[in-house]
Design a binder for this molecule. Structure first.
Ligand SMILES: N[C@@H](CCC(=O)N[C@@H](CS)C(=O)NCC(=O)O)C(=O)O
Length: 214
């Protein structure tokens, strides 16, 4: 069976790799699994055919035979469980890598998303100037302990794992804000993730769809 994922027909970021199909593409590249991509328009996201796959009308989804999944945490976890390369064999090390996957989507990503919303969607609100520093500090509250934990290590817990893949994917969304540069340890960590051949292939594949024309 061919794995099929969904992605934006035209990503709002114009190919910067910030749409969440990139992390699924990255996981599939890391484990060497070929995949196909079905592009979905914003309108089609909210139509019954797509809602049957994704109840919240979002991308990405993952389809393989009679298995359909949504939520990148679950999709990347499934890929990592089924194919070697993203989770250690040792039971405890595996549990710790999974813990970092949850930490990425559950603890680190939410304030980063709040910041993106505050900057991009709420910038013209009268209360925006007052709120922005508060939201930014909530991001720093996550980055500081993360950088302390990472310290001089290359990855969060031994070799690169699905935990790092999710964490780097989440942190990448901060680049435009400049906040990542306040934490050189984390900026270097993200750069290490982006330097992986599998990430580069995933990035190139999404760029091929979203490259600005003209
Ligand atoms: N928690 C979900 C979030 C999915 C999500 O927010 N997808 C965005 C693209 S990156 C989307 O489809 N946005 C369009 C919309 O929500 O209408 C995941 O990790 O899969």
């Amino acid at each position: 069976m061919t794995i099929t994922i969904t992605a934006f027909e035209r990503s709002p970021d114009g190919g910067k790799g910030l749409a969440r199909d990139t992390r699924v593409r990255w996981a599939l590249e890391e484990v060497g699994q070929p995949y196909e991509v079905r592009l979905v328009s914003f309108r089609a996201l909210k139509e019954p055919a797509h809602l049957a796959l994704h109840p919240f009308g979002q991308i990405p989804t993952y389809h393989d035979g009679d298995l359909a999944l949504f939520e990148t945490g679950a999709i990347v976890f499934h890929i990592a469980e089924r194919h070697a390369g993203l989770l250690p064999d040792d039971t405890n090390a595996r549990a710790r890598a999974i813990t970092w996957m949850f930490a990425a989507v559950n603890t680190v990503e939410p304030p980063i998303l709040d910041l993106a919303t505050a900057r991009l969607l709420e910038g013209d609100r009268p209360w925006s100037k007052e709120r922005l520093p508060l939201v930014t500090d909530r991001v720093r509250d996550r980055l500081k302990p993360l950088s302390i934990r990472l310290s001089d290590d290359d990855w969060l817990d031994g070799p690169f794992s699905a935990g790092d893949l999710m964490m780097v994917s989440v942190l990448l969304r901060l680049r435009a804000s400049g906040i990542l540069d306040e934490y050189p340890t984390l900026a270097a960590y993200v750069a290490r993730g982006e330097a992986r051949p599998a990430y580069k292939r995933a990035f190139a594949a999404q760029l091929a769809v979203n490259k600005p024309t003209g």
